[in-house]
Design a protein around this ligand. Sequence first.
Ligand code: ZN
Ligand code: ZN
Length: 453
Amino acid sequence: MPERNLISWNSMLAGYSRAGLAHDALRVLREMHECGERLEEATMVIGLSVCASSGALRMGECIHGYLEKNLCNCMEKNSSNTMVNNLNCSMDGDLNYLGVSSKVSLRDSGSFDRSLALRNALVDMYAKCGDIMRAFSVFERMPDRNVISWTAMISGFALHGMGEKALSIFSRMQEVGVRPNAITFTGVLRACSHVGLVNEGMHFFNVMSRNYHIKPGLEHYGCMVDLFGRAGMLEYAFKLVETMPIEPDNVILRSLISSCRAYGYLELGEKVAKHLIELEPKDEGVHVLLSNIFAKAKRWVNVRKVRKAMKDNGIMKTPGCSWIELKDGIHEFLQGDQRHPQSRAIYEMLEDMMKQMRLRGYIPNTSDVWLNIHEEEKETALSVHCEKLAVAFGLVSTRRKTPIRVMKNLRMCSDCHCVLKAASKIYDREIIMRDRTRFHHFKDGYCSCKDYW
Ligand code: ZN
Ligand code: ZN
C-alpha cells in the first residue's frame, strides 16, 4: 500500500494475532511504532494479548512504557467503537491459554472502559510472560477493578502455582462484593489443582453452584478431575467422570489417563485410552499417552503398534518447541535444532551442562522418552530437548545473574525439569519456564512447583 492508516495496520495486526502468528503480529507492531504511527488503545490491547500468548515480555514492557506515557491521552481520546468491535474476534483465539475473558468486556463495547481494559490486559500479559510480581503490582495500583481484573490476577497466581495467593485474592474479591463468574472459578479450581489443595478445591466446587448458582462446565469438571488425579485420588476422579451430567471431553479423559500412568494404574489407563481412541481416532494426545503407558510397562510391541496406527491415520506428533526472547527478538528451538547461527556455542554450553550434572551424580530420566530406542540414544535424544537448547542459549547470550525466561508449547518432561533445577544452581541463574499448563521458577536447585506438577 502506498499509504497506510491506523485501520490498515490494525487489520494486519489483528489478522496475524487471530491466526496465531505471534511473531508476525509483533513485527507489525514494531514496524508500526517505527513508522511513527500512533498506537491507540485497541492496538495496544491486541498487542498485549499477543505478548501474553507468546510470552514476549520485553515487547510487553515496551507497550507498558508507551502506555504510561500516553495513557492519559488514551483515556480522553474519543476513539471510534468500530475498532473495539473489531477486536472481538481477535481476542477469542489469543486468550484461550487460561480462558481469561477480556473478550467479555470488549464485546460490551458500549460501556467499554479503555483504561480498565488496558490495565487488565497488562495484568494478564505480565502473569503469562512470567513476571507475576509485576502483574500483582499493576493489579494493586489499579484505581478500580472489575471481575476480569480479579479473575486475571487469580488465574495468574494459579498459573504460577501460587495457590494460596490466588485464594487470598479470591477472598478479597468476595469481601469487596465483586461477583465471581464461571471463569473466576476455573482460576480458583486450577489454583487448587496446581498445588494439591484437594479439600479447598472440593469446597469451592460446591460453593460455585450452591452460593453463586453457576452450573459447573467442562472446564470446572476438568479441573476437579485433574485435582483428584494429580493427588492420586483416582477413585474420586473416576467417580466424578461417571456421574457428571455432561459428556466428558478429550481433555478430561486424557487427564484421567495421565493420572493412571503417573500412579501406575496402567491397565485402567489403557482401557480409558482405547475407549477414547474409539471415539476420537484422530486424537494425537491420547495416542501419545497410550504409547507412554505401554512404554512404562515395557510393552514395546504395543508401542510400535500405536506408532504404526498413528502413521496409518496420518496423525503427527506435535513437535516440541521452545523459545526465548532477547533484545533482538524471539529465538525458537526445536528438538535437536542446529539451525541457530550460534549453534556451536549452544551445544558447547549444553555439553558443559551435562558434564557438570554428571559430576554431581545425575542420571538421565529416560522414562518420558516414548520411543523404543537404545538407552544411550535415549539419553542423546533427551539432551537435545528444545527447552534445554533454549536455556543453553540463554546462558551463553545473556549477562550473568539475569533471569532466563523460556516458553514451551508442550508439557516439560521430567528429565528437563531435573536438569533445569540443577542448572539454576550450577550457573546461579533464575530460570523461569512456561510450559503448556503452568510456570516453573527454578532457583538454587529447586523449583517453585515443589515437584508437584
Ligand atoms: Zn525434556
Ligand atoms: Zn517445577
